[in-house]
Design a protein around this ligand. Structure first.
Ligand code: ATP
Ligand code: MG
Length: 183
């Protein structure tokens, strides 16, 4: 699974619909302070199901919606869509046969937030399930932020085990076993 494109609209400083192609294995985002580089990473985290506003450097979840600027009014909703190339069919389950998988999240000013896979309305769970064991997603290691390397180095054995299990693709089985035990 490979991220090939990011589409944003109304998300933080990206008020205009914007398409960011991810054309190579190594892509750098450069620009002056405050131009929106970190906002792109926030967008990726958010669409993958991030539910903590502070992780996205905001106070409430609605803070991800463009809040207006000197010469532009605030907007009513934010949307982000990630496009993944799945031509090697790495995704398990119902979506495995799709060559492209598009994950979308939309939030309205009233706080109502919805998720979509290939434009079909799904639950947040369906998104997290899709990425479990791939290294992408909330508990994944696909996004390595400042300070995370030292967190891994200094992690307690139990935390380190969580990282290793995700990398080894075991975490999805642990999650399923946990669910079975709850039933
Ligand atoms: P640096 O190089 O300093 O890390 P950066 O390129 O990472 O900068 P970001 O943190 O991505 O910059 O972007 C910050 C900008 O995004 C600020 O100008 C801020 O006003 C704007 N911004 C953040 N949230 C919103 C929002 N909800 N509405 C409008 N603008 C926003
Ligand atoms: Mg930044």
């Amino acid at each position: 699974m490979r991220l090939v494109k990011i589409k944003l609209a109304g998300f933080k400083s990206f008020v205009e619909p914007t398409v960011i192609p991810v054309t190579h294995n190594l892509v750098g985002i450069v620009g002056p302070n405050g131009c929106g580089k970190s906002n792109i990473i926030d967008a990726v985290r958010w669409v993958l199901g991030e539910s903590k506003a502070s992780t996205l450097r905001g106070e409430s979840m609605q803070d991800v919606i463009f809040g207006g600027s000197e010469n532009r009014k605030a907007v009513g909703r934010a949307s982000v869509e990630l496009f993944f190339d799945n031509s090697f069919n790495n995704v398990a389950g119902a979506w495995s046969s799709y060559a492209e998988i598009a994950i979308k999240r939309i939030i309205q000013r009233d706080g109502n937030s919805n998720y979509y896979i290939n434009n079909i309305h799904v639950r947040r769970r369906d998104i997290t399930d899709l990425f479990l064991g791939t290294g992408v997603g909330g508990r994944g290691y696909a996004i390595i932020e400042q300070g995370m390397i030292s967190r891994i180095i200094e992690a307690k054995p139990q935390e380190l085990k969580t990282f290793l299990e995700e990398a080894a693709g075991i975490s999805k089985y642990r999650e399923r076993r946990h669910e079975t035990e709850l039933r």
